[in-house]
Design a protein around this ligand. Structure first.
Ligand SMILES: [Zn+2]
Ligand SMILES: [Zn+2]
Length: 259
């Protein structure tokens, strides 16, 4: 499988886009501003979107994508795009985004019988079958209900933690799940550790404690660093030393995981 990093930044600036990954061609994981880099043809091929949580930097492109591809999908008689998320996340999206005020309700457009979007509730621990891929819903610990995802490959999974603070349940699960590559957030520097704690994100010191719980050495990619903070955060991480190979994720990077 190929994972194309569309966005891996904690916020926006020129060259910095918020969280989104394209797995192969049909599956999006989160729908941050990085989705805007896809061509109309690429957008039209997306059949499934996995959402980690309701925060704007992860969901804002769902409705924009739906708007872009409506005409094409209807003309091609394509089924609705399935948006998979926790029930609480779906409720938040319906109430606060697809409410006819912030954005139209694309689960009833262009008509209720043939909508462009369809919500599907997931639960932690559930294994989804999407196309030929198996995807497990992982626990996350954030300020709103949140999950991560593991997309299974033949020799290990691509694991994305989503936004999360310290997360013992994740490491318990990963103890028996081979990890080919781990994308984990580090949203703050160590001098902002108090902010990291209240906003349920990680700083380098917390990241170190988390990664110590991952038994086998792994390929680790850091995401969700704020624009302008990448060098500072990555030097704090490098100064710790680690059994794992740790690097900063970059927009446009493609991760290849054996099927
Ligand atoms: Zn968040
Ligand atoms: Zn975020």
């Amino acid at each position: 499988m190929q994972i194309r990093v569309l966005g891996c930044s904690g916020s926006i600036a020129a060259g910095s886009r918020t969280t989104s990954f394209l797995v192969d061609a049909q599956l999006l994981v989160d729908a941050g501003t990085g989705v805007g880099d896809l061509t109309l043809d690429e957008l039209s091929q997306v059949d499934d979107i996995l959402i980690t949580h309701s925060h704007l930097d992860h969901v804002l492109a769902i409705g924009l994508l739906a708007d872009s591809v409506t005409r094409r999908r209807i003309a091609a008689r394509r089924p609705p795009i399935r948006v998979h998320a926790l029930a609480a996340t779906i409720a938040a999206l319906r109430l606060h985004v697809f409410n006819g005020v912030i954005w139209p309700d694309f689960t009833r457009l262009p008509d209720a019988e043939h909508p462009v979007l369809q919500f599907h509730a997931v639960e932690i621990g559930q294994v989804l079958q999407i196309g030929r891929r198996q995807i497990e819903v992982l626990p996350a610990s954030h300020t709103v209900p949140a999950v991560g995802y593991a997309v299974m490959g033949g020799q290990g999974a691509w694991v994305f933690t989503g936004d999360t603070g310290p997360n013992p349940a994740l490491w318990q699960r990963l103890a028996t799940l081979p990890v080919a590559a781990l994308v984990i957030e580090t949203a703050f520097r160590d001098d902002e550790s108090a902010l990291a704690t209240v906003s349920r994100h990680l700083c380098p010191a917390q990241l170190q404690r988390e990664l110590a719980k991952l038994a086998a050495p792994a390929e680790v990619y850091i995401t969700h660093i704020k624009p302008g903070e990448i060098d500072a955060v990555m030097s704090e991480i490098a100064a710790q030393g680690s059994r794992h190979r740790i690097s900063a994720l970059a927009t446009g990077q493609v991760l290849s995981i054996a099927d």
